[in-house]
Design a protein around this ligand. Structure first.
Ligand SMILES: [Zn+2]
Length: 382
């Protein structure tokens, strides 16, 4: 989803990105407006309508992002789609060992639709009072010919639509949070995903039926598109839930490399390179006696050799590193790697170096672990 979007600045420190399908909406609206009336005001009004959708979706997502931030889960980016937005939370930071996250998840999920409904409510109260002759109930409810009325009804639609219990929409997230009280997060997600996919099928089928009638063809296409997005979104979410559970439950002793090469601070860089040639390892712990004194990568050795000629590992190694214990989770290892921008973590047991975890080996083992879990799960169910 991320690669199909373009950056559009920042709000409250959160990166805003616009998904390319939003541009399709723009083209779609301009084209349909152009055919009904040839004048430019119709097009300008149509663009105004797109602007209202845009603004309402941003406010909706900011609702999620700001409530999430207050709960300790910062938002990395907001991606705007014509049917809503996606707020990408930095969940690595929000991961807690407690299982009391379900109330937090419900608050975050409900915040978006709540923003829209409150906005609609406020507009419905203020507009008739401020503008003589303005009625919220005149038809059409949403149309480029009545932009202010559209503000009210678009927000009503956005709010209610997102509350449908169709994962990954907000209502579905509430459902998932409720499921997760009784069962593990992966299973809770899978249940919510099944319900979400049933909804998306329904949308696509109803959409297809509606397109057979010329007067509602556009609505039909919209429904089909929404159904399609829901389906894909649900699948992506399911995968990321499996990924997260692996991160949480796997201990480093299950994935660390126990057969690894080390370097000595007194090694020359040329010696170090010779050793590096004979292993697949990209990163090395530097050990003096039984003490860990630093880490160094193959690339760093090469760079140092190129720029300063032959020297000692001691001078080129990185002294700032984190160690982990065998019982630490993969999630904590990833956090430590990311925090210091490292690609290796030594694993120690009572001060003794017992293994290493590298970015390279984590990527490999993640894929293997996900597969072996799937196999085990189907074994259990069979
Ligand atoms: Zn939402």
């Amino acid at each position: 989803m991320r690669s199909w979007s373009i950056p559009a600045g920042k709000l409250f420190g959160i990166e805003i990105r616009i998904h390319l399908t939003f541009l399709f909406l723009l083209v779609f609206v301009v084209l349909t407006a152009g055919s009904s009336a040839q004048d430019t005001t119709a097009t300008v009004r149509a663009l105004g309508l797109v602007g209202i959708v845009f603004g309402s979706v941003i406010l909706h997502e900011l609702g999620h992002a700001l409530v999430a931030r207050r709960a300790g889960v910062p938002a990395k980016a907001i991606i705007l789609l014509p049917i809503g937005g996606i707020t990408i939370l930095d969940e690595a930071q929000g991961i807690t060992e407690s299982d009391q996250t379900w109330t937090r998840d419900i608050h975050i999920a409900v915040a978006g639709p709540l923003v829209n409904l409150m906005l609609a409510g406020a507009a419905a109260l203020i507009l008739p009072a401020a503008i003589p002759g303005f009625s919220v109930w005149n038809r059409p409810l949403v149309d480029s010919s009545s932009l202010l009325r559209s503000v009210v009804w678009l927000n009503v639609y956005l709010g209610l639509f997102n509350l449908l219990p169709a994962y990954p929409m907000d209502g579905g997230r509430v459902l998932r949070a409720l499921f997760s009280r009784r069962t593990d997060p992966v299973r809770a997600t899978q249940r919510a995903v099944r319900i979400g996919q049933a909804f998306s099928m329904l949308f696509m089928m109803v959409g297809m039926l509606i397109t057979t009638r010329p007067e509602s063809r556009a609505d039909g296409y919209w429904l089909m598109m929404i159904g399609f997005f829901l389906f894909v979104g649900a699948q992506l979410e399911e995968r990321s839930a499996v990924f997260h559970s692996v991160l949480q439950s796997v201990r480093l002793e299950e994935v660390m490399l126990t057969d690894f090469a080390t370097l000595s601070p007194a090694d020359t860089l040329e010696d170090a390179l010779q050793k590096a040639v004979h292993t697949l390892q990209d990163d090395f712990p530097v050990v003096r006696g039984s003490d860990m004194v630093g880490v160094i990568s193959k690339q760093k050795i090469l760079d140092a050799l190129r720029s300063d000629g032959n020297g000692y590992v001691q001078a080129a190694m990185n002294r700032l590193f984190d160690v982990a214990t065998k019982q630490d989770s993969l999630a904590s290892a990833f956090r430590k790697l990311a925090a210091r921008n490292l690609s290796i973590i030594p694993v120690v047991d009572e001060q003794r170096l017992v293994g290493i975890v590298t970015l390279q080996n984590l990527m490999h083992s993640m894929a293997l672990l996900a597969e072996s879990r799937k196999l085990r799960r189907t074994d259990l169910e069979a």
